[in-house]
Design a protein around this ligand. Structure first.
Ligand code: CP3
Length: 342
């Protein structure tokens, strides 16, 4: 096994950590903006295998990252289950909502998602042919809770209030929705692996708003089930889990869910994460994405601090969250040069 990212995921401590970046194909890159314009809009880009593969490859060509992440979106799964989905420029996603039994009853069964998601599998096939031999291909999906927060509210929400309200007021409906998303996620990720994804990542961007028993029931348990089922179907498949802002919930998360790597956000220090999370295996993270905007000496210092903190165990260098559209592409190069010691 030669690919650096796979070695780190297998638990190897490497002299220089492999690097990739959340949202590495995105609006901070002029070549991304050009291809997106050619596609028409973001969703058309997601469903155009040639162009989606092209934008996935752009940051690999420019920077030589150790991993490419499939270009798609976590909200394609709700769409494949029958929700309406559109993006409002400058605001974000909008979906038809699921708040009543009647809304739930019109959703499609998980087995039907492939009718919509076929082009995504084609993107994966193109990428597995075209990526350089040393680059690992990562597939992904949203975790059930995070996907449910968008399906229930019909949009992104600062506190996930509508999803918490449904959970508290109609728990059977809330749990039925989570169950449907869980089944769809297993089948979706499994198809990505069959098409050539070598690693999968589960994004639970809003895990931090689940507390206590709710965190166990709706973040930890679904991740555990998805990971167990994927590993049963694809023995040896490495999985990265990202229970963002889980705080204390990060402790033992890999052990409890069977994830090979836990991705860490910026609410915890690298030193804390090394002590409490890296003890169980590989960690991914966690440079603050603001440095990709501001750059300079502070970027170099913070990058070195992350590398140093995780030096004595398996580590994948990444940001704590996605790079933002106002980032400067030159700062990304400075980060990479700093990690690789150039
Ligand atoms: O990381 C990558 O480069 C791979 C592709 C990827 C996208 N979204 C492309 C995208 C991945 C892995 C995602 C995950 C995703 N999508 C998450 C989980 C990770 C996280 O950020 O917490 C979530 C919550 C979404 C839902 C989503 N998609 C939102 C809220 C938005 C709007 C906010 C924004 O940044 O504009 C999107 C749009 C989106 N997804 C863009 C990209 C490149 C921007 C769309 C554009 O080009 O206009």
């Amino acid at each position: 096994m030669t690919k650096l990212l796979l070695r780190a995921l297998a638990g190897e401590t490497l002299p220089v950590p492999p690097i990739w970046m959340m949202r590495q194909a995105g609006r901070y890159l002029p070549e991304y903006r050009a291809t997106r314009a050619e596609a028409g809009d973001f969703l058309k880009l997601c469903y155009n295998p040639e162009l989606a593969a092209e934008v996935t490859l752009q940051p690999i060509r420019r920077y030589g990252f150790d991993a490419a992440i499939l270009f798609a979106d976590i909200l394609l799964v709700p769409q494949a289950l029958g929700a309406d989905l559109w993006f409002v420029t400058g605001e974000g996603p909008r979906l038809s909502t699921v708040t009543t039994q009647a809304d739930f009853d019109v959703l499609k069964p998980a087995s039907m998602i492939h009718d919509t998601l076929g082009p995504v599998y084609e993107t994966v096939r193109i990428l597995s042919r075209e990526l350089p031999a040393e680059t690992t291909l990562i597939g992904f999906a949203g975790a059930p809770w995070t996907v449910a927060t968008y399906m229930i509210a019909g949009r992104g929400t600062p506190d996930q209030g509508p999803a918490h309200a449904l959970k508290d007021e109609n728990r059977p409906l809330f749990e039925a929705l989570l169950e449907r998303i869980t089944e769809a996620t297993i089948d979706y990720l499994s198809m990505q692996v069959e098409a050539g994804a070598e690693v999968v990542k589960l994004f639970d961007s809003w895990a931090g708003s689940l507390k206590g028993e709710d965190f166990n029931a709706y973040a930890l348990e679904p991740a555990k089930r998805i990971i167990a089922e994927l590993k049963a179907r694809h023995p040896g498949l490495p999985v990265i889990a990202f229970p963002r802002e889980a705080g204390e919930g990060y402790i033992g998360f890999a052990r409890a869910t069977g994830a090979d790597c836990v991705a860490i956000d910026n609410s915890v220090s690298p030193k804390w994460a090394a002590e409490h999370v890296q003890v169980d295996g590989c960690v991914q993270g966690n440079l603050d994405p603001k440095h990709m905007v501001t750059g300079g000496e502070a970027l170099v210092r913070a990058t070195r601090e992350v590398v140093e903190a995780f030096r004595n165990g398996p580590h994948i260098f990444n940001l704590g969250h996605g790079i933002t559209p106002d980032a400067d592409p030159e700062n990304v190069q400075l980060m990479i040069d700093t990690v690789r010691g150039a």
